[in-house]
Write a protein of this length. Structure first.
Length: 343
């Protein structure tokens, strides 16, 4: 046997011996387990509840000023108490994606989500009219907010029982009369009176033109002539348009880019407007003109409100209004839609 063959044989023998010295199931360099020892149990998984994912949004084309925040709350669907909450800081325009943790102790009645958009000065700009049902680990929930109302003006006493509804994209106010039995609806400055109609359940009001309002408890359906039916849910507060009706305003207008709104009320008529996303508060006593109003604000700027009886459609929400409006304050010009609010 040659020297090369001997060396090859010795190398193979050493390699074979090293392989047999290890347990087949042991990692390299680890001592084999003692006979009779049971393998360690796997770590126990910690039970957890999937969070709720959602998107908060609003239809108005308004960008929030710097420093705005979004507060999202998870509510017990039965009691309405807050289970958890989260605040997103320095938000701009919608949509706002969010994630809410769910308590480890489940709530048998389920959960609902409420959102509030707060300006840098602490005032509420947008909020959820009614909480939206949500399921842990379920589909992404969409939370649609409406313009918040100040609620500090004394409301006009309604002549009948009153309720507020979120009917799809419309904020609707209903007043139910007993004599005659009818319901008066108000939305976006428009009004509609419907007589009571036959119904197998709930309260149904309808006319011969295809308009119908059907309620049962805190839910209902609204059908307007030529439009698809809208599902309704009772809301916690009036829409901005109906809040203006209740406070006695005679005209309201609003627009976007930049966001603005204006109210006219009283005798003589007075303007109360928020311009440039609420950064400019304008008040002025007005006089009527052939196509609107004019006046001077407290800082001396000329104010003119031009109202044209031309149907106006909001470019963001698609909602229709009875008038096209142009508001001029000094060198600033603001365009939008408006409506007369009182009969």
């Amino acid at each position: 046997m040659t020297t090369r063959s001997v060396l090859f044989f010795l190398a193979c023998t050493a390699l074979f011996a090293g392989c047999n010295a290890r347990s087949p199931d042991s990692p390299s360099g680890a001592a084999p387990a003692a006979s009779g020892d049971a393998p360690p149990p796997p770590p126990r998984a910690t039970a957890s509840i999937a969070p709720i994912h959602g998107i908060a949004t609003y239809v108005e084309r308004i960008k929030m000023p710097p420093g705005a925040s979004l507060m999202v709350e998870l509510l017990d669907a039965a009691s309405g108490s807050v289970a958890t909450s989260k605040t997103l800081g320095d938000v701009a325009g919608p949509p706002y994606p969010f994630e809410l943790p769910v308590p480890s102790t489940p709530h048998p009645a389920g959960y609902a989500v409420r959102a509030t958009l707060i300006g840098p000065d602490g005032q509420r700009w947008f909020e959820t009219p009614a909480p939206v049902g949500a399921m842990p680990g379920g589909d992404v929930v969409e939370v649609r907010m409406r313009r918040a109302t100040a609620g500090d003006a004394a409301p006009v006493e309604p002549s009948g029982p009153i309720a507020h509804w979120e009917c799809g994209d419309l904020g609707v106010m209903s007043r139910f009369d007993d004599t005659p039995k009818q319901v008066r609806l108000a939305y976006n400055g428009a009004s509609l009176t419907l007589p009571i109609a036959m119904s197998a359940s709930g309260a149904r009001y309808a006319d011969a033109h295809g308009n119908e309002f059907w309620t049962k408890g805190a839910t209902g359906t609204l059908t307007l002539t030529g439009e698809a039916a809208r599902d309704c849910v009772q809301a916690r507060q009036a829409s901005p348009w109906n809040q203006a009706v209740l406070t006695g305003a005679t005209f309201r207008a609003a627009g976007s880019e930049p966001g603005w709104m204006a109210l006219i009320a009283g005798t003589p008529p007075k303007l109360d407007a928020l311009l440039d996303y609420g950064q400019d508060h304008v008040t002025a006593t007005l006089t009527a003109t052939a196509n609107g109003y004019k006046g001077v604000d407290v800082s001396g700027r000329a104010v003119r409100l031009e109202i044209r009886k031309e149907r106006c459609r909001d470019g963001m929400s698609g909602q229709a209004f009875e008038a096209t409006v142009t508001l001029s304050v000094g060198d600033g010009v603001y365009r939008g839609c408006g409506a007369n609010l009182q009969d």
